[in-house]
Design a protein around this ligand. Structure first.
Ligand code: SF4
Length: 336
């Protein structure tokens, strides 16, 4: 059995206030020095960490797979588990798609990440470090990697605060998107946070039955409650909320589904992203036809609901939405 060295606290878990409250030692650095993207951290930073008893980094790069417009990176953590993050090139910068948990408890039928269950939450620092390690060109962050961010609420919110802190990375809130299946309790709490981030809800169904079949872990949360909580967030923050609808042939692509979408979102602060399923080995679902997507799109446009058909990047390296597996340190996919 592999044994792992005893961990010291992670410096990236510190908020600016916690950093400022540390006892003064012989070695002083600024808070922003903790977030250097360079692999070799300056001597002053390493001396400070030694004196204060912190680890500066928790992630070790295990492998990097390059696709046409994206890179998938496997990071080992200090206790022998691993997570994947994805760097996506856009015309105006780079997006970091980051993980919030090691595995996922929700076992969505269309997604690789939940197939081996939840191993543990990532700490705030482990979440922040993914962004740091993906490099200084990152100007958007999406919580769309492995894990359900609202199921690790405290650490995800702390990570967002650390990322936004002016004394540290100073990452703009408008560039951060939290993507969730929509846990009502988490959405209720998020509504009260003063964070100008973007919110995306993976809805994927218009009835409780079809949602429970697609997202077994959310069986207790009805569609109406999830939608109401998300729209309440939108109202409170005076911004639109995006609902993602993965159109799956024979499951949620009927005329009745379409009319229920129209009824739910007409006149609301909502946008809809229609998506095709990205194939995952061992999961038998179909990819919808263009004409069905066009039909959905046209009807939603006619109802005055902002809608786009989204194709995610990274399919060439199995790094698109729903294609990230929980992996061991050698990169082998773990399934239940
Ligand atoms: S879609 Fe999200 S919530 Fe569902 S299994 Fe995948 S990571 Fe978990």
């Amino acid at each position: 059995m592999t044994s792992f060295p005893v961990k010291r606290p992670l410096a990236l878990d510190l908020t600016a206030a916690q950093f400022a409250a540390l006892p003064r030692g012989r070695h002083a650095i600024a808070y922003r020095d903790l977030f250097s993207p360079h692999a070799d951290l300056p001597t002053a930073t390493r001396r400070w960490a030694e004196e204060q008893g912190f680890d500066l980094r928790a992630l070790t790069l295990r492998s990097r797979e390059r696709g046409a417009r994206s890179q998938k990176v496997l990071f080992a953590l200090r206790d022998g588990v691993a997570v994947e993050s994805v760097l996506i090139r856009r015309h105006d910068g780079y997006t970091a798609c980051i993980s919030s948990q090691v595995g996922c408890a929700f076992a969505c039928r269309f997604c690789a990440s939940g197939q081996a269950g939840l191993k543990r939450n990532l700490s705030a620092g482990e979440i922040v470090e993914q962004v740091v390690r993906l490099g200084p060109r990152v100007n958007r962050i999406v919580f769309m990697g492995i894990g359900e961010p609202l199921n690790n609420y405290e650490n995800v919110l702390k990570a967002i605060r650390i990322l936004r802190d002016r004394q540290g990375m100073d990452f703009p809130s408008s560039g951060i998107t939290l993507s969730t299946i929509g846990i009502p309790k988490g959405l209720k709490a998020l509504r009260e946070e003063h964070l100008a981030i973007n919110l995306t809800i993976s809805l994927h169904a218009t009835t409780d039955e079809s949602r429970a079949a697609l997202i077994p872990g959310s069986r207790k949360h009805g569609v109406a409650e999830v939608v109401a909580r998300a729209l309440s967030w939108a109202e409170r923050h005076n911004r639109d909320v995006t609902f993602v609808y993965l159109v799956l042939p024979g499951i949620n692509d009927s005329r009745a589904d379409l009319e229920r979408l129209v009824a739910m979102f007409s006149g609301q602060r909502a946008r809809i992203n229609l998506m095709r399923w990205n194939p995952v080995a061992g999961i038998r679902l179909g990819r919808t036809e263009d004409r069905v997507l066009a039909l959905f799109r046209e009807r939603l446009v006619r109802a005055g609901i902002p809608v786009v058909v989204r194709d995610t990047q990274g399919r060439d390296i199995s790094a698109a939405c729903g294609q990230l597996w929980l992996r061991d340190l050698n990169g082998r996919a773990l399934a239940a």
